[in-house]
Design a protein around this ligand. Structure first.
Ligand code: PGA
Length: 256
């Protein structure tokens, strides 16, 4: 049911500002990972770089987007249609990232966006994560997000998504501290339990999780060792292609 492959996702955010740099990062990365077949690598550039990056890629890397609309088409200035993304050859879309939610995106909207993507046969990478870990309130935060974001999806639909556990406090080059593997394990157990309760059936075999938040070559293995984690979502370290390739190699089962 779940993808057996390991997964590495790059979220470039708005860090790459020229087409040349975007193409260079993808070409350089592909040049170094040619023989790694057991890892699915998905790079998510900003919208304007999607097509140039596809043109530069030899197809080893899949290209994703960082957001999409819940509507298929229409008068929605500044939005990107999942229909247009599918037409452009996109395979995956990051949804519900905390940096998008910070501008007002709600759990309900993330839910609608997931539905629109599934309709197009695209894979949503759904971000879930608590704002704060210093009190026990994080459990409620995670439960509430999971309940609303995954509302009314069947287990088969859930099996077509990737869930990115991204504790908001651990995101970014200036995060206060890194997430402990035990905290990651605990969070994905809470999310899995919440979904299991919604379906009155063990959901674990249907769910694919990646960890995101200050992932770099030195801590990648720690997160991969967390039971239930299939890969990593990498932000700032993915812009440095040498670090990114290192993370891909660590994730590759061939070298483990
Ligand atoms: P980071 O970002 O690796 O820079 O912490 C991860 C993310 O926000 O997706």
């Amino acid at each position: 049911m779940k993808s057996k492959k390991r997964i590495v996702i790059a979220n470039w955010k708005m860090e790459v500002t020229t087409i040349l740099d975007a193409q260079l990062i993808v070409r350089s990365t592909e040049g170094l990972i040619e023989r790694i077949g057991d890892v699915e690598v998905i790079v998510c550039p900003s919208f304007v770089h999607i097509v140039p990056v596809m043109n530069a890629s030899n197809g080893t890397i899949k290209i994703g987007a960082q957001n999409s609309s819940e509507m298929p088409r229409g008068a929605y200035t500044g939005e990107s249609s999942p229909v247009a993304l599918a037409d452009a050859g996109i395979s995956h879309v990051i949804l519900g990232h905390s940096e998008v939610r910070a501008k007002g995106e709600t759990d309900e909207l993330v839910n609608a966006k997931i539905r629109a993507l599934l309709r197009m046969g695209l894979t949503p990478i759904v971000c879930i994560g608590e704002k704060d870990r210093s009190t026990s309130a994080y459990e409620e935060d995670l439960k509430e997000q999971a309940t609303k974001v995954f509302k009314s999806f069947s287990l088969d639909e859930l099996a077509r998504m990737i869930i990115a556990y991204e504790p908001i406090w651990a995101i970014g080059a200036h995060a206060k501290r890194e997430c402990e593997p035990s905290e990651c394990r605990d969070a994905i157990e809470i999310i899995t339990k919440t979904i299991t309760t919604m379906h009155s059936r063990d959901a674990s075999m249907f769910l694919t999780y990646v960890y995101g938040g200050s992932v770099h070559p030195e801590n990648t293995q720690l997160y991969l060792d967390v039971p239930g984690i299939s890969g990593v979502l990498v932000g700032h370290a993915s812009i440095d292609f040498k670090k990114f390739v290192e993370i891909i190699k660590i994730t590759s089962q061939e070298v483990r």
